[in-house]
Design a binder for this molecule. Structure first.
Ligand code: ADP
Length: 309
């Protein structure tokens, strides 16, 4: 489907390169005519002259076309990549939405099939609908965040705040979950550090990483959240002693919808968008996010954020 664009680009290139080359050819031609006229006081035989000119023009046109075709091919590479990414994203999003919709449909059919039953006796089906509906709402919210980020419409609500308090709040909300899973949650956020950025996005970032750390760590494991201060930046460390990630997956986990084990991640509520959003939040704050992981030993995320905007 890109061949039409490529031909259009090639024609543009031909126009531009052709115009430049024609100008150069014209100058050379005029100079050579001038030279012949003055030096030998005669002009070339018109038939030979036209034959030669025709061959030169034809060769130039072929070369210009090939050059234009090559340049337009190169120019299209990033466009093709972006297009493919967009297509994959749409396909993945539709696929992800299809599953909860199918579950909702099936459960509704079960309820509708037994109209004489009480609401109480149908609680199981209603709960399934509720869970899938929540999952779908979260998915749509995440998709909206990412598509707005792509379109540069997702602006940050910047203010000055205590980042240590944000980390504490996020960690607090995970204490019951960690306790239920018999995971020790270590919080090392003693330093009072002021930061300029988007407070709710920072909270969301920590929630995504803590949620993953607890999700992918078994009972008896440890999750640590630490905050460190450097001269020009704050460093947030989130590490766990969980299942870890094989090195072949490490570069892909920030890609949209990427999950190491799709079926398992879905069962524990993962859509594969969390780390893409985390990366966007960090980059929107001009920071960086790094991951180190060792299978069966654990995963360590390091976020470095420069002070202020
Ligand atoms: P999900 O919603 O599935 O957790 P994410 O984008 O947050 O999606 O993470 C992508 C994938 O990276 C996960 O499906 C999981 O396979 C892997 N992952 C992320 N964090 C961890 C972690 N702390 N330990 C092990 N695997 C992780």
């Amino acid at each position: 489907m890109f061949w039409k664009t490529r031909i259009t680009l090639t024609l543009y290139n031909i126009g531009v390169i052709g115009a430049i080359l024609s100008l150069i050819a014209l100058v050379i031609f005029m100079k050579s005519q001038n030279f012949l006229y003055h030096a030998e006081n005669k002009i070339e035989d018109p038939v030979t002259f036209f034959h030669r000119s025709f061959m030169i023009i034809l060769t130039s046109l072929i070369l210009i076309f090939l050059g234009g075709w090559f340049i337009s091919g190169k120019a299209l590479v990033p466009i093709k990549k972006a297009w493919q990414k967009q297509m994959d994203f749409t396909a993945d999003a539709s696929h992800e939405l299809r599953t909860p919709l199918a579950v909702i449909q099936t459960n509704l059919e079960l309820i509708m099939g037994n109209p004489e039953e009480t609401v109480e006796s149908q609680t199981k089906w209603l709960e399934n609908i509720l869970i899938e509906n929540k999952r779908m709402t979260k998915l749509v919210e995440d998709l909206l965040t990412l598509s707005r980020a792509d379109a540069n419409q997702q602006t940050l609500d910047v203010s000055s705040f205590r980042i240590d308090k944000v980390l504490d709040q996020a960690a607090e909300s995970f204490k019951p979950l960690a306790k239920n899973k018999f995971i020790t949650l270590n919080i090392d956020t003693n330093k009072k550090i002021s930061f300029i950025g988007d407070q709710s996005r920072m909270y969301q970032l920590i929630v995504i990483l803590l949620d993953n750390a607890i999700k992918y760590t078994d009972a008896g494991g440890k999750v640590t959240l630490a905050l460190k201060q450097k001269e020009k930046s704050v460093v947030i460390l989130i590490s766990d002693t969980g299942e870890g990630i094989e090195s072949e997956h490490l570069t892909k986990i920030f890609d949209r919808f990427y999950r190491v084990d799709k079926a398992r991640a879905r069962n524990i509520g993962g859509s594969g968008l969390g780390l893409s959003i985390a990366k966007w939040i960090v980059e929107a704050h001009h920071g960086s996010i790094d991951v180190r992981s060792y299978p069966d030993q654990g995963t360590h995320f390091t976020i470095t954020l420069p002070y202020g905007q």
